[in-house]
Each structure stands twice: as structure tokens, then as C-alpha cells.
Design a binder for this molecule. Structure first.
Ligand code: ATP
Length: 349
């Protein structure tokens, strides 16, 4: 019996495999160190999302995985192969950009098949893969159209289809939904989730959108100033943030931070309470505060408060609540869900 040697893009059962290891990735532009030694392990089939404030290095990291940026030092290992010096086209990755990057003079069908054609794939194989991907993305009615004749959402589906037909080891997405309007973002987000389930492919995705990160990711990587603050599942990051940065970054509205000594807690520097873990009462409670502003969102009410003891506070109450600006209320945190942080801003467990 012949030993099974995995081909570049498939394991022995013919399934595309896609693990990734980043080893001490550093990237500098001149004297500016944009990535400060990133170590990351992505398993086959995982959906990993990079989040972080603008300029923290998310796109640079994604582009370094793709080979569109040369790293200053460190290694990019795909399926056990060191691909640090491999040109982008030979890394076994496909990238979907915010700007779609479609060829305007080609039809949808030709846009989707172009990469395969350039790689010398047989015509009937291209037909087969384009037909399968267009079926998955409901693009069959548009195959003869050019990009200018499509909506933004349809163009992004073509860009995703172009990635699918290549059967890459890794799918990389750079803010793919940010040019779409709110309703289309939700619809396309659901499609990407469904695709991930059916393809069981490894996907790495950059976004600014917390809802995208929380709903799509198996694993979120929180970046800050070129370094990883925490890696975890969405609920781990929400329930057990490692530090003040992650606690403040994940969750909307943002977690309330209160100087611990102001509320009589001398074993922590800061305490954190998520707005949804606070109750309000007109009669009694932990912290007196004045209502500053009320936002009625339909399902929720967001109430902004000013407290002499705690500073600015935000409460998020389920349903509709009639509080008026300038009235005095009492805010009470759910003690079981209070987060505590030490002098180095690290979570106290
Ligand atoms: N070609 C370049 N030359 C010099 N500096 C660059 C270059 N590309 C990116 N940078 C800098 O590297 C840093 C990280 O940029 P990057 O685009 O990776 O951030 P980001 O987290 O993706 O930001 P955003 O969320 O705003 O897209 C920024 O300070 C940026 O100005």
C-alpha cells in the first residue's frame, strides 16, 4: 500500500486542511514597530477574528499571512510548511478584500474562474467549481453580468465565490462587509457563517464590528498597539476579560470602570461593571446618580448617569423604561458579575 503523502492543499481524505502558526512575527516601517512579536496558533477549520482599535496592526498582520507584506522577522507556517518567503500566489490562501477587487471588464463567471485559469486548471474543472460556488452563494442568475451591473452585496458574494473556487487552505477576509449597508451586512454575515459551516474551512477575518466578531468567531484575537492582549472564544472574552483593555474593548456600550477605593473596595484598583449588569431604582440602591441622557432602542433602554461617587456610568436595561434627565436614581451592580482589576490593570480572578 502506498503511504499517504498529503498534497499541498488536501489531506489524505481529499479534505482541504488549513492550520496556521505565526511565530514571533515582527514588522517595522522605518522606526515604527507595527507588529511586536505575534505568536498565534490557528487550527484546521477554525474561524479566527482579529479585532482592535484603528492602527493596532490587524490588516498588517493579515497581509503578512497572505504574503502581501514581508515580515521583518518571525515565521509564517501554513500546514507545517514555512511559507515566510513564499510569494502570495503560492501560499495556498485566498483573500477577500473590502473593495471586492473584481475585474470590471469580466463577467461574474470569468471573475470567479480567472485565478484557476491563470493557474492552468482544466476548463471542465473550472466550470464545475464555479458552478458549485455560484450555487452556494445564489449567484447563478448573475453569472453573465459584469460587476457594474451588480449590487454591493452581490459583488462581495462574487469576491467570496472567487476565493471558494480556489479551494484554499486559508481564507483571509479584510473587513469584507464594511462597504455594505446595515441590512446587507447582517445577510452577508449569515452567509459567511453558513459557508464556514459547510466548507469547514479555516478562516481568518479582520473587522471593526463587534457583532461580527462575537457572532462569527470561534476565537477572537484582541490586538492593541501591535501586540496580542488576549485570545479566547467570544464568551470567554466577554465573561473573563484578562485586563482593563479587553474589558473595555469587548462589549457595547462599554464596561463601566470605577475607582475601587471610591466604592470601599481596597483589594482592587478598578472595578468593572457591564451596563447590562446594572439595575436602576428610584427608591434605593448602591450608588446615587443623576440621569444625564436616555436612549430608547426599542428592545433596550440605555441610560447615561453621573455619580459623585463613581463618575460617569451607563446602564442598559431590558425593555422600555421611563427615566427623565436630571432625576436622581440609584444604580446597583450585579455583584456576581463585577470584574476586579489590580494596579497593573490585570484581572483579579
Ligand atoms: N506601508 C506603510 N508604511 C508605513 N506605515 C504603515 C504602512 N502600512 C501601515 N502602516 C502603519 O502601521 C500601523 C498599523 O496599520 P494597520 O493598517 O495594520 O492597522 P489596522 O489595525 O488594520 O487599522 P484600521 O482598523 O484603521 O484599518 C498604522 O500605524 C499604520 O499607519
Amino acid at each position: 500500500m502506498r503511504a499517504c503523502v498529503p498534497a499541498s492543499r488536501s489531506d489524505c481524505k481529499g479534505k482541504t486542511v488549513g492550520s496556521l502558526q505565526l511565530k514571533s512575527i515582527r514588522k517595522t516601517y522605518g522606526t515604527h514597530e507595527v507588529l511586536k512579536g505575534i505568536d498565534l496558533e490557528v487550527k484546521d477549520g477554525e474561524f479566527v477574528i482579529f479585532v482592535g482599535p484603528s492602527g493596532c496592526g490587524k490588516s498588517t498582520l493579515l497581509r503578512s499571512i497572505a504574503g502581501l507584506e514581508d515580515v521583518t522577522s518571525g515565521a509564517v507556517v501554513i500546514n507545517g510548511r514555512d511559507e515566510t518567503l513564499t510569494p502570495p500566489a503560492r501560499r495556498g490562501i485566498a483573500m477577500v478584500f473590502q473593495s471586492y477587487a473584481l475585474y470590471p471588464h469580466l463577467t461574474v463567471k470569468d471573475n470567479m474562474g480567472l485565478g484557476l485559469k491563470q493557474a492552468g486548471t482544466a476548463k471542465d474543472e473550472i466550470e464545475k467549481r464555479v458552478s458549485k460556488a455560484s450555487g452556494m452563494l445564489s449567484l447563478e442568475p448573475y453569472l453573465a453580468r459584469r460587476p457594474a451591473e451588480l449590487s454591493g452585496g452581490q459583488r462581495q458574494r462574487v469576491a467570496i465565490g472567487r476565493a471558494i473556487v480556489r479551494e484554499p487552505e486559508l481564507f483571509l477576509f479584510d473587513e469584507p462587509l464594511s462597504n455594505l449597508d446595515a441590512a446587507l451586512r447582517v445577510q452577508t454575515r449569515l452567509e459567511i457563517a453558513r459557508l464556514h459551516r459547510s466548507l469547514k474551512a479555516t478562516m481568518i477575518y479582520v473587522t471593526h464590528d463587534q457583532v461580527e466578531a462575537m457572532t462569527l468567531a470561534d476565537k477572537i484575537v484582541v490586538l492593541n498597539a501591535g501586540a496580542i492582549e488576549q485570545i479566547g472564544s467570544p464568551m470567554e472574552l466577554y465573561n473573563r476579560p484578562a485586563n482593563v483593555f479587553v474589558a473595555g474593548f469587548i462589549g457595547s456600550p462599554q464596561m463601566n470602570f470605577i475607582a475601587a477605593e471610591k466604592v470601599g473596595d481596597h483589594s482592587a484598583k478598578t472595578i468593572g461593571v457591564r451596563p447590562e449588569h446594572m439595575t436602576l431604582s428610584r427608591e434605593q440602591g448602591s450608588w446615587a446618580a443623576k440621569v444625564v441622557h436616555v436612549e430608547h432602542l426599542g428592545a433596550d433602554t440605555i441610560i447615561y448617569l453621573e455619580s459623585d461617587q463613581c463618575g460617569l456610568l451607563t446602564a442598559r436595561l431590558f425593555g422600555e423604561h421611563q427615566y427623565e434627565p436630571d432625576e436622581i436614581v440609584y444604580a446597583t451592580p450585579d455583584q456576581a458579575r463585577v470584574h476586579r482589576f489590580d494596579v497593573d490593570d490585570q484581572a483579579i480572578r
